[in-house]
Design a protein around this ligand. Structure first.
Ligand code: AGP
Length: 589
């Protein structure tokens, strides 16, 4: 996933574009660049590395001009280097393009363009867009026709922003299967992959739909479908403020978002009642519910499975979005697919629900990002309301998902699970956060261990997977999450003297068996880090979580795991906000 932004207005564009790049850097951060139009000339600065590293070398804000585009990259095609950084230019340097997505037929288009005399400078798929726009100009087309002709030739996913030297009064955008939003300002307008890029300048937003283009001027915009039909769009107001996108007093977004969880859990369970009822009716009326998601959201899906079975007596199948094709033939018009996704842009999830819709299934969703593709593609979606999650590691979005799943299951459970058990959840989340100093101490002791294991039974098994994922993706330490009962079926062979094992074990019906498993590992030299409502001498380290209804324990027990991963990462002098090789949302398959 990459971050793209365009600005046209009356102020100097480069500082606004630079700020937008910094806000979107969580989308991809291996290279970045900017192109500004000033005095009839295009000026480009770009490089490999993080935005501030490139800025230190090129000083983006020296670029003059009130119209420009910029990009921060997560490489898909072409090495990470200055040449492959966006923006990419046409042969004559008169057209500049930034792009998020993948042009699947880029080789075929590159061949066609080379045969017509175009010369390429990069290895990227994106560069074909700049040359196709130039090809349109060479055929005598204006900006509008050149863009409409270009997008018809592209296959794959793309959000594009383009700048034209000969037309300084407009920036153009196009959207297919990758998000693109217009920010309406006062005598200025923005185009960006993400509202975060311009929050603070405007909260009036239009999200383009698939197969739409937009021509953005200082005053006034024109929306068309790819076949040139005008489209009327009504701006919405996004409820994100500047505070949502700054680190405030925190060192990293990751720890800030961990600490936001009392508020975000509360906001997640604050849902429109009619919408919640309609959501649950669709589940009730279906023959079978399938849950699909990726990564952390998949772990929430596994928790949904446990809760639906135990309290609503509803069986459900949970499938990784990337494995959804394994369900081929099972999905039909009586099926309901519940897709869970923080970003609403995960390519695997979008492909899964597209397949489900082709089988005439209904699609429900739990999403955080307003206006995201998943929201638009769902028959009905519930929003997690946890505000922008900028840290690459999902933290507040996980607990928001589990809280919302609790609410949904309570509605479906015919009284077996009541909403009132969620009443004290905010207080209990605040209580768990007060373990921070103790967890910092534990992190210091175990930051150099090469392997970690996380175990839990029942509803705590998905939490063990989540704890392992957090540690892996932030600290790069190998970690494995598993069902506690599985240990003696092989993995116990890996437990050695000093091996750290996090045992997730509050006092519910899994407690005794899991404690026995902990004792088995301790007997073999493991260091047991107990996460529980009750201390035990089996634990070498103990983190207390407050008692409450067992269905809410995943919300509480994951927080120490999030903090453990974060503080071990900090102890290892790594940046938890930008883990290597990763991006916040995986918008490619
Ligand atoms: C979780 O910490 C990771 N960032 C990743 O596994 C993430 O949960 C996954 O890519 C799914 O993202 P989504 O919820 O936006 O679909």
């Amino acid at each position: 996933m990459c971050g793209i932004i365009g600005y046209i207005g009356e102020e100097k564009a480069s500082p606004l574009l630079l700020n937008g790049l910094r806000r979107m850097e969580y989308r991809g951060y291996d290279s970045a660049g900017m192109c500004v139009l000033h005095g009839d000339r295009m000026y480009v600065k770009k490089g490999a590395g993080k935005v501030d590293e490139i800025n230190a070398k090129h000083n983006f804000i020296t670029l003059e001009g009130t119209v420009g585009i910029a990009h921060t990259r997560w490489a898909t095609h072409g090495q990470v280097n200055e040449t492959n950084a966006h923006p990419h230019l046409s042969c004559n340097g008169e057209i500049a393009v930034v792009h998020n997505g993948i042009i699947e037929n880029h080789q075929e288009l590159r061949k066609l363009l080379l045969e017509e005399g175009h010369r390429f400078t990069s290895e990227t798929d994106t560069e074909v867009i700049a040359h196709l726009l130039e090809r349109g100009y060479r055929s005598g087309f204006d900006v509008r026709l050149s863009l409409l002709e270009t997008v018809k030739m592209l296959k794959g996913a793309f959000a594009i922003v383009a700048l034209f030297r000969a037309n300084p009064d407009v920036i153009a955008g196009a959207r297919k299967d990758a998000p693109l939003a217009v920010g309406f300002g006062k005598n200025e307008n923005f185009l960006a992959s993400d509202v975060l890029a311009f929050v603070g300048r405007t909260d009036k937003v239009v999200f383009l739909d698939n197969y739409e283009v937009v021509f953005v001027r200082k005053r006034g915009l024109e929306f068309l479908t790819f076949d040139g039909t005008p489209v009327v769009k009504t701006p919405v107001q996004v409820a994100w403020e500047i505070g949502d996108v700054t680190r405030k007093e925190f060192r990293h977004y990751t720890i800030k978002e961990i600490h936001e969880q009392p508020d975000t859990v509360e906001r997640a369970i604050y849902q429109d009642r009619d919408k919640l009822e309609s959501f649950c009716k669709i589940v009730r009326d279906s023959a079978k519910i399938y849950v699909t998601a990726s990564g952390t959201s998949y772990h929430s899906g596994l928790i949904a499975k446990y809760l639906l079975a135990k309290y609503a007596k509803i069986p459900c199948e949970v499938t990784l979005a990337s494995e959804f094709s394994s369900l081929n033939g099972l999905i039909d018009e009586r099926s309901v697919i519940l897709a869970i996704s923080q970003s609403g842009e995960t390519a695997d999830v979008l492909h899964a629900i597209a397949a489900a819709k082709r089988s005439r299934a209904k699609v429900l969703s739990i999403v955080n990002v307003v206006g995201s593709s998943l929201v638009r593609e769902s028959d009905l979606g519930l929003l997690m309301n946890c505000g922008p999650e900028i840290g690459v590691a999902a933290t507040k979005s996980f607990t928001a998902q589990v809280a919302l799943i609790n609410l949904i299951v309570a509605k479906l459970s015919n009284g077996n699970l009541v909403e009132s058990h969620l009443k004290s959840i905010v207080l209990r989340v605040q209580q768990v956060l007060r373990n921070e100093e103790h967890i910092i101490e534990i992190s210091k002791q175990y930051s150099e261990n090469p392997d970690f294991y996380f175990v839990g039974r029942g509803i705590h098994y998905p939490v063990s997977l989540e704890g392992a994922l957090k540690l892996k993706e932030l600290s790069y330490i190998h970690a494995e999450g598993m069902a506690a009962g599985e240990l003696k079926h092989g993995t116990l062979a890996l437990i050695d003297r000093g091996t750290p094992v996090v045992v997730i074990n509050p006092e519910d019906d899994t407690y005794d068996d899991t404690l026995t498993n902990a004792a088995e590992m301790k007997a073999r030299g493991a260091k047991i880090i107990g996460i529980s409502t009750k201390i035990s001498d089996i634990y070498d380290e103990f983190v207390r979580i407050p008692e409450g209804h067992e269905s809410t324990y995943p919300i509480l027990e994951v927080i120490p795991l999030q903090m453990l991963a974060y503080y071990i990462t900090v102890e290892r002098q790594q940046n938890p906000d930008y883990p290597r090789n990763l991006a916040k949302s995986v918008t490619v398959k």
